[in-house]
Write a protein that binds this ligand. Structure first.
Ligand SMILES: Nc1ncnc2c1ncn2[C@@H]1O[C@H](COP(=O)(O)OP(=O)(O)O)[C@@H](O)[C@H]1O
Ligand SMILES: N[C@@H](CCOP(=O)(O)O)C(=O)O
Length: 711
């Protein structure tokens, strides 16, 4: 499958509008993209480049050096993708002469950003693409015209010194000494949002563009070096007066040659560039609407050396005259008659909506976390833990919590102790980003006490472990505030903890936290799950989660990053909150409602839906002979999950194996106890859904029907 990206060339300034106005013109750079899946590639950054067109000697075919591909790699790296997929073939067809003032570098940069968008399936908006273009080509006139097409006026929000000096931005062709161009090995920061703005002016359809293209190059960087740092008020006013008239005059029909010719005069760049283009002033002055009927105006195209003459007729005779003028200076030129390219950059995919096929849907594993590896570890250490068995504890692992019978251990009359240990995972990264530390402690407690309660245990005490590079007392206190809050919600006492300062292990300003809950089950009470009591036909009840809870955050962060969003942006799934604010919603603590129900002997088993989602956690409470059959239509799909699934293009099974999908707990209850159980849980504020039943196991342990409701 080949995707074709077409970017028009552009002519900037049109006389007085230096760095402000641009025209997209009907000569197109074409980039053909094909990805053939291979294990590896011998080409730089996995990308093979071929080129046909003008100035082949000046166009590097190494992806690290070529402006199109190095722009694409910059954009990909901003999204956590280090290189092209192996193997990418980029074929470039380029009729735009390089270094002539027709926006060849702008076209290459715009093509590169679009290339990354296709290869990485980044789904960037055009406005966001403009931001990426402007990190590289810092004058907006050419890139805005090339991207959006038409006759555009632009302005730029100034970049901060920090953003100006980013090392990871590819070397620009147009800045004298750009800071960037270095691969620091780090992920480049996302560009600031909305750097560039544009408006489209009307363009009179009678006007055509005669481009006289001398056979020598003037690099834009050099043509900017000759410009002064400051201008007289007289010259600025001269240009502004003309620009104000020109932008409207070029949209009027019929165009007014007298007005346009005068309005295309300039005092702030052309006079200074004449040293680079022999005979420039004389050539510009050699034609007028009077001497050459049909001519509207004449100027330097961009930084030159191309001359742009706007005309409504007599194109050939105007061109012949200008070619002869250049000839007097000993300069040979080509000429082209171009029209306005109204459309801007286009991307042609073989079928509408198709994406580069090699682009795979995100998976939890692709975000760096492997559920399978975790399962393999449990298998691998089973024998080791079994060797630690002692009276009161069988040394088996794999349950939600670990059990020790104090009575059997020699403490006569003592209850069964249940212990759980867990962390918050990378949800803490969002706390760092948002500077909000008072809720992740709730998550920490929740992850532990919810694991205890599913065994029927009442959590009694909690200990936390907080490790950082340098202790920030304020955020650490906030963190413990969250832990204490979680303990109060679950009725556990916070009896101790540990704070560790470990410079060199953690990144500055960051921390990690773990915690351990201990609870008890009275002798005589049922230790859950009561697998022996479960039978086909038993009902599965689901309790609503408060959101993503505390699992799957590596994937969440990857999706947010891939979409080019910041945690401070408005949440696409809820415009009342920021993304970070919404994602920091603490994990729901189910201890009190579930203890109320278990004490009445209503529940046969419970699964805390954490990493591994419904598919991996529900089977943990079932006997070998039974399977869970769920209908996804029976509980609401939370908007946050729908968005994550769509934005990450997560496949149904992957989604269901990573996230809680809207259910934080799943219970097994016999049919006759469904009503009472539901009522008790609802009295405690839970949202309860009847989500499925237990069936005889044939092959799969957990089957979810109608997963298409999440799409
Ligand atoms: N199609 C292309 N492929 C690769 N690099 C390109 C392409 N077009 C332009 N460039 C790069 O841009 C440079 C010209 O940029 P610049 O001096 O701004 O001139 P222009 O006025 O043509 O934009 C070339 O020397 C080359 O490095
Ligand atoms: N406003 C810029 C335009 C440069 O255009 P190019 O086509 O020469 O790259 C300038 O005048 O420097």
């Amino acid at each position: 499958m080949t995707i074709i990206i077409r970017v028009p060339c552009s002519s900037a300034n049109i006389g007085p509008g230096f760095d402000v106005i641009g025209l997209a013109l009907s000569m197109y750079l074409e980039v053909q993209l094909t990805v053939t899946k291979q294990a590896s590639s011998s080409h730089s950054l996995n990308c093979r480049i071929t080129y046909e067109g003008l100035n082949p000697e000046s166009v590097p075919l190494v992806a690290e050096d070529n402006l199109i591909t190095r722009t694409a790699v910059y954009v990909l790296r901003c999204h956590g993708i280090r290189a092209f997929p192996a193997e990418t073939h980029v074929h470039v067809k380029n009729p735009i002469p390089l270094g002539r003032g027709l926006g060849s570098s702008a076209a290459a940069i715009v093509a590169g950003v679009n290339l990354a968008n296709e290869v990485g399936n980044l789904q960037l908006s055009k406005a966001r693409m403009l931001d990426f273009c402007l990190m590289e080509e810092r004058h907006p006139d050419n890139v805005a015209a090339a991207l959006y097409g038409g006759f555009v006026g632009t302005y730029l929000n100034e970049l901060s010194a920090e953003d100006l000096n980013r090392m990871e931005i590819p070397l620009s062709e147009v800045l004298p000494e750009p800071a960037g161009g270095k691969d620091t090995g780090l992920q480049p920061p996302q560009p600031p949002k909305d750097i560039g703005h544009y408006t489209k002016y009307k363009w009179s359809s009678e006007i055509k563009c005669i481009c006289i293209i001398p056979q020598f190059e003037v690099s834009t960087a050099k043509a900017r070096e000759v410009l002064p740092e400051s201008y007289s008020r007289k010259d600025i006013v001269f240009n502004m007066q003309r620009l104000a008239v020109l932008t409207t005059a070029l949209g009027q029909s019929p165009p007014d040659p007298g007005m346009i010719y005068t309005a295309m005069q300039d005092k702030i760049h052309q006079p200074y560039r004449r040293g680079l283009i022999p005979g420039l002033t004389e050539i510009l002055q050699s034609v007028t609407p009077q001497s050459h009927p049909g001519l509207l105006g004449i100027c330097l195209s961009g930084a030159g050396p191309t001359i742009l003459a706007l005309a409504t007729s007599n194109f050939e005779s105007i061109a012949d005259h200008l070619l002869a003028e250049f000839k007097k200076e000993g300069i040979t030129c080509d000429w082209r008659l171009l029209e306005l390219a109204e459309e801007g950059t286009t991307v042609q995919r073989p079928t509408a909506g198709a994406t580069v096929q090699v682009e795979e849907a995100l998976t939890y594993a692709s975000s760096g976390v492997s559920i399978d590896a975790g399962n393999d570890l449990v298998k691998g250490i089973k024998a080791l833990t079994a060797a630690t068995r002692r009276p009161g504890a069988d040394g088996k692992i794999g349950g939600f919590g670990g059990l020790l019978d104090l009575n059997a251990a020699g403490y006569e009359g003592g209850p069964i102790l249940v212990g759980a240990i867990d962390g918050i995972g990378t949800k803490v990264k969002i706390a760092f980003e948002m500077g909000k530390h008072d809720t992740v402690g709730i998550d920490l407690v929740a992850m532990n006490v919810n694991d205890l309660v599913v065994q029927g245990a009442e959590p009694l005490m909690f200990l936390d472990y907080y490790a950082c590079s340098k202790l920030n007392v304020e955020s650490a206190v906030k963190f413990v505030e969250g832990v204490a809050n979680g303990c109060i919600q679950s009725g556990a006492a916070l009896v101790g903890g540990e704070t560790a300062e470990m410079p060199g292990i953690y990144q500055q300003g960051e921390y990690d936290a773990g915690g351990c809950a201990i609870g008890v089950i009275k002798h005589g009470a049922t230790i859950l799950p009561d697998t022996a009591a479960m039978a086909p036909g038993d009902v599965l009840l689901g309790l609503a989660s408060s959101g993503v809870h505390s699992n799957g955050f590596s994937l969440v962060r990857k999706i947010i990053e891939k979409k080019g969003l910041s945690f401070h942006d408005t949440a696409p799934w809820d415009t009342n909150v920021t993304i970070g604010g919404s994602l920091l919603t603490p994990t729901r603590i189910y201890v009190k409602p579930l203890l109320a129900a278990t004490r009445k002997g209503l529940i046969k088993g419970m699964a805390h839906i954490t990493g591994g989602g419904l598919l991996e956690n529900i089977p943990r409470m079932l006997p070998d002979t039974l399977a869970a059959e769920l209908d996804a239509k029976t509980w609401p799909a939370l908007d946050v999950f729908k968005w994550l699934k769509d934005a990450g293009r997560l496949e149904d099974l992957e989604f269901c194996r990573t996230f809680n999908t809207g259910l934080g707990m799943v219970l097994v209850v016999s049919e006759e106890k469904v009503r009472t159980t539901t009522e008790i849980l609802q009295e405690h504020g839970e949202k309860v859904y009847r989500i499925g039943t237990l069936t005889k196991k044939v092959e799969e342990e957990c089957i979810v029907h109608n997963m298409d409701v999440w799409r």
